[in-house]
Ligand binder design. Sequence first.
Ligand SMILES: [Mn+2]
Length: 337
Amino acid sequence: MNVSWPSPDYDRQIDLICEKLDKARNIFCIAHPYSDGDALGSQLALYHWCRAAGKNCVVLNFDPLPEQISWLRGSEVCQDYLPEDVDFDLAFLMETTEARRMGERVEFFKRAATTVHLDHHIGVVGLGSINLLEEKASSTCEILYNILERTGVELNRECREALYVGIMTDTGNFRFNNSTPRSHEIIARLIGSDLVVDDIYKLVYENTNYHRVVIHGTVMARTRSFNDGKLVASWLALDDFTRIGATEVDADGAIRNLSCIKGIEAAILFKEVEGGKVKISFRSTGKIDVMEVSRRFNGGGHRNAAGAQIDGKLEDVMQTVVAAVAEALPAGDNCNA
Ligand SMILES: [Mn+2]
């Protein structure tokens, strides 16, 4: 059962977790692969709380941290092992989305006497001995705040900053519908008198590099419009990455510049990758189910955002896929392909 804030059930779960936190001496935390602001933010917020409360906390993290969040204080303590000689009383799992994405991480859970799983994704199955799964929460950091504020330990600046970044990034800088009155209330308390929000914004959202700007610019400059502007597409060839000195990660998010064009129904970005393959990203503004289209190419995703990877020459793949998306356009929009 997923419990909602505020409710007696939710309150009881929080009290139980606070009790465990109070008694614990050795804690560790773990999150899903490839940290985002919410996953790392919740791990580090717990770490800073533990330091203030005089507890030992190991932050387990196995992947390189993205630059947008690696500046968070405490990120240097991330480690990829648990010391053998420590008995852990308590472990936290900060959001998973899917158990199968967790791999060996779930195995680590066996090392702690009590395990707490916090998550805000829809339809998550609790993996802990205590689960606080709250689909209405903006983020895992919001759920963690509800716990930490009740412990009576004052939340230091480092802890509040980590929680702030988690809520900020999971709400798309407070513009998605998960920015609720409750999340804004929490944000107000987190800011307090000492968080410098424009510095945090710059570190997270204006911390790009030259290669990323040029590769995104290349995608924008090549944008082509089909079906009276209902469909837009662009592409990157292997050559572009070499010439610009960019990596595939630098191209992340490039489709957003296409998908926010007024009046479009769908956007597609093609990326040529090693081994004669082409990666395809699809975005829909609502009318078309791009997951359906991506499935025809052995891909998957969600209704409004999907991906696929297929073998073939870039030009051929582009022609085939653009035609398939054009076909999926609502009747009346499908002309002039
Ligand atoms: Mn999250």
